[in-house]
Every structure is written in structure tokens, then in C-alpha cells.
Write a protein that binds this ligand. Sequence first.
Ligand code: CA
Length: 551
Amino acid sequence: MAGPRLRSSRAGGLSAMIVTTLLACTASAPASAPSHAAVPEWIDGAVCYEVFVRSFQDSDGDGIGDLQGLISRLDYINDGSARTQRDLGAGCIWLMPVARSPSYHGYDVADYYAVDPDYGTNEDFRLLVSEAHRRGIRVLVDMVLNHISSDHPAFQAALHDTTTPFRSWFRFLPEHPGVRNPWGGDNWHRSPVRDEYYYGFFWHGMPDLNLENPAVREEAKRIATYWLEDMGVDGFRLDAIKYLIEDGHDIQDTPGTHEFLREYAAHVRSVSPDAFTVGEVWDSTAVVMQYYPDQLDAYFAFEVADSIVAAVRSGSARGLLDPVLRLQQALPRNRFATFVRNHDQTRTMTALDGDVRSAKLTAAILLTLPGVPFIYYGEEIGMTGDKPDERIRTPMQWSAQPGAGFTRVSPWQPLQTDSLRTHVAAQDGDPGSLLNLNRRLIHLRASNRALALGELIPLRTTSDAMTAWLRRDGEGLMLFVGNLADTVTAGTALDGAHRALRAGTYDARDLLTGRAAASVAVSEDGRIERYVPFAEMSAKDFVLLELAHRQ
Ligand code: CA
């Protein structure tokens, strides 16, 4: 266990190591009985907001967002009062990497124990955590373990000194192995120092860590302990975990990767039982399922995201619910994370060709389906952006002021061309805005068990353009109905949920407008039969009804 260290941080306690070992030994239950069936309670009903610190708020006038800026905007994310709805109401933030890095995005870390000077200091970070916690916001940080920056002292030592213990932190070969990765790229990079090659999945500036080396595994755990205990975070978003450990020419989803994740997650739980871990496995649901039951708490459901965007774009509900139903069937609740778009993807509004009604429908679908929803900053106001990456990570548009209220100088990245039109200030007081829809739904989710935790029960509709489902938790019952079409849909009837519901009549109330809707009859065999909620429904419109059994 006594591998080389770059820094002496806290000594890992012996008791923590024993717990880790015990957890690792019991972590082999079948999928039907996950060893970590429940996520931390705080995640139930929480929506997580993904923040790129560089683009959120500049506090010191260098055009770069920073931690003090984020602190000054925390009330926008959650003001800590359940009574107000002028905040988003998010229960959690995920910060893209904040550790010291030579790149603007931070996914190549040069020092895992220090906040990037562009963003502030470790003290600023601790203040951010305490200010977030004061408002009921949990803090997740991005943890990049597949690779580090080629600037990192460990890699520099390994490059320049073949006798250093850091050599075994990376994978070197005297000759190029002559293979390419499954996408045709070359993962073996020529050393700038001598005649040899090293492995880096993403690019030469990101050498992969050799996580088969026990010393590297211990260092990864030590870093986790530092952020949990010294910095006070509530968990991690783990980057690119498909590629953690290679197995010969097999570079994705290897047994070694699963084994490492088991060990790592057990360590995180032993240090902080209340921590939440969510991993990026950018692949199909079938592949994601290999990462359960006993590794991280949750993974992003890329197929759910794709199916939402595809349904809203195409106007057809066919297949919309398939990925989320599959996850629901296989997993305990809230062990998967839903989203529409993240920092690696074209922004939703751009994908929807700027159609605000479609963006509202998309948000409503995300926030009424099961799972832990994540919202990328700016999505809640419909910011636009397309590749290259810098253009999907542009400064938050707060107002029509110069610098969009993000900075008083020239921003690190030019604003989007719609920054004078699309901003928080323009939507803040408009009850019909995308921002206020997001606020309303996020708050509802935080206070409504059926929306937060309820079982998803799909309903049949008489039109391909219409989608409808129930969320049920005990007596709590919600009905979502959406028209995906570009045209008015008339007289659509819903039915289904055989044996799922208590027979009788249910009063229906529109949760977003407070208006009553047509009551719902449930037959003796527990089924909704030909319920027509509205005579017609506008293009891309939706309703969220609360159903109450009439006594
Ligand atoms: Ca700044």
C-alpha cells in the first residue's frame, strides 16, 4: 500500500481500510439484490444543476468565471427557502473540474489537491461548500481518474526518469504496438524525451493512469478522501469510466474497470456514507447495466436523453419511454441519472431549432420521468450552442448588460449571438417563460413523492403523437400527457394500467395552472379506459395532472 506519493495528505485511517475491505468482500450480489440498494436520502427529489465554473459568473473582472462568482449566484440555484420559487430549487450542483489544470475545461488535472488559480483558492472552495450547504445544495465535483495532465509532476517524472516509481503510474512501451483503437485513432503517443511510447486514450496531453497499480489506486482513494473530508463535497461525478483499465487490446468496460469501481465506491462510502457517485458511461443502456449493482450509485442514462430529444424532434412518442422503463425495471429507484444535454453535446435549444415550445416540452418530460435529473447550466433559459466544445460552454446569460451580467470585461469566450434576447432577466418575471417552467417543475419534484420516487406506468394513447404516463407512489398519483406533434391533436383518449389503480373516480387538477380537468374513471380491474383529458391539445403542449381518488 505504500506507493509513491506526490503530496502527503491525510493518513487514511485503519478502520476506514477495514470497512473498505468488508464492503468490497460483500459486493457481489446479483442484480436482483443490489448490495447498495438505496442511494443517499438527500438525492430523492433533488434535481442536480451542472455548472461550468469558468462560464457561470466572474467576480474579479478577468473575464473568467470563478468560485466567488458562483457563490454570489447560489441564490439563483437555490435560495434555501422552500417558500420562494424565484430560485431554481436545485438540491445539488455538479461542478465540472475545478482542480488545477492547463486547459480551459479542466479535464486534464495537474494537481488534484488544489483549486485552479483561475477559479480561486481551496479556501474559496470550502466557502462555496458551506454557502451551498446553508441553502440545502449538495456539491458534487467532477473526478477525472482515467488520465491526468501531461503537465502533472508524476508524468513529467515518469517521462524524464526511467527509474522513478512514477514510471509504473503510466503505461510505456519501447515500440509502438501497431494497433489502433476501435474508432481508428491512435492511443499510443511518442514520448517527447526518448524513443518510446505511452498510452493516452483521449490525446497525448492526457496520459492514462495505470489504475492496475495499487499505488495509483491508493492515490485515487486518497484524493477522494481529501475532497470529501477536507473540502466537504457530497460526492463525485466520475469522468469517462468506460476507459479506466485496459485489458490487452480491450480498452472499454473491462473486468478490471468494474473491479476498480467496486473498490473505489466502497472507499467513498466508507469515508462518507452519505456521498453520491454518478458515472459517465457514454454508451447504450445494455453496456451501462454492466456497471451495476455494486459499483457507483448511478450512471447517466444517455439513451433516455437521446430518446427525449428524438421524440420531441420527430413528433412521435414511439419508443420514448423504452430506455427509462428498462432502467426502472432493473434498478432500485434513483440509481440512474437522467438529463437532456450535457457539456459535450449540442445544446437542447439548438437541437430543437430554437423552438421554445419544444424546449418546454423537453424540460417537462425530463422533470416528470423517474431518475435523478441533471440540468446543464443555461438549459433552463434555452441557451444555444453547437460544437466546437467551447461554443457549448459559453458564459451564462444573466442579463442584457454588456458581458451578459457574467463579467464587466470581455468574457473568456464570446457570448452567443442571442445573448441580448435570451437571458435570466428577460424570463425571470414572465410566468410563461422556460425558466419559470423549470423552476416550477423542480420545486414540484422536491415536494411531491410521486414525481420524485413514483413508479412510471405508461399509458396507451390513440395517437402516435401523444405520450402519457402515470407516476405513482402509494396514494400519490400524477398523470403526464404531452402532444409531441407540431399540430393540434384532438380527442386523444388514454387507457391502460391494468390492475395498477384502485377502482373509482379520480379528480384531476392541473398542477401548473391549478385548474380542474376532466375526472378519471378507473374500472374494477384497475384500468383507465378511454380517458379524454381535453377536447384538444395544442402543438407541443403538455399537462401535468394530480389525480386524487374521490372518497
Ligand atoms: Ca474571475
